[in-house]
Structures are given as structure tokens and as C-alpha cells.
Write a protein that binds this ligand. Structure first.
Ligand SMILES: [Zn+2]
Length: 53
């Protein structure tokens, strides 16, 4: 029974899900995780937010 919480990181612009992670990133806001990541659809770095299930 695996209950790993997989976080999906969604581009704030195009809503594409580009990243998945099971780990918390140190130093980030735990309640509202957002990261600047490269979006393969936007072709630029955009803000990626953690999706809620
Ligand atoms: Zn995007």
C-alpha cells in the first residue's frame, strides 16, 4: 500500500504539468509551493505551482 504523496508541478501560464516530485524542497513555502521552472510548452521559465488533487 503506497501512500506516497506525489506533487505535481503545474505551469501557471499554460497549465501543463511539467514536473512531479515526491520530495519537499528545502526552504520553500510548504503551504503554497511554487517554483520557477522551465516549461516545455511555453519554452520559457515560468512559475510552477503545486497542484492539489
Ligand atoms: Zn507553460
Amino acid at each position: 500500500m503506497s501512500q506516497d504523496k506525489v506533487k505535481k508541478m503545474q505551469c501557471a501560464k499554460c497549465k501543463e504539468i511539467n514536473y512531479r516530485t515526491t520530495r519537499r524542497i528545502k526552504g520553500e513555502n510548504l503551504e503554497k509551493l511554487s517554483l520557477s521552472k522551465f516549461c516545455s510548452r511555453c519554452k520559457v521559465k515560468t512559475e510552477h505551482k503545486e497542484m492539489k488533487k
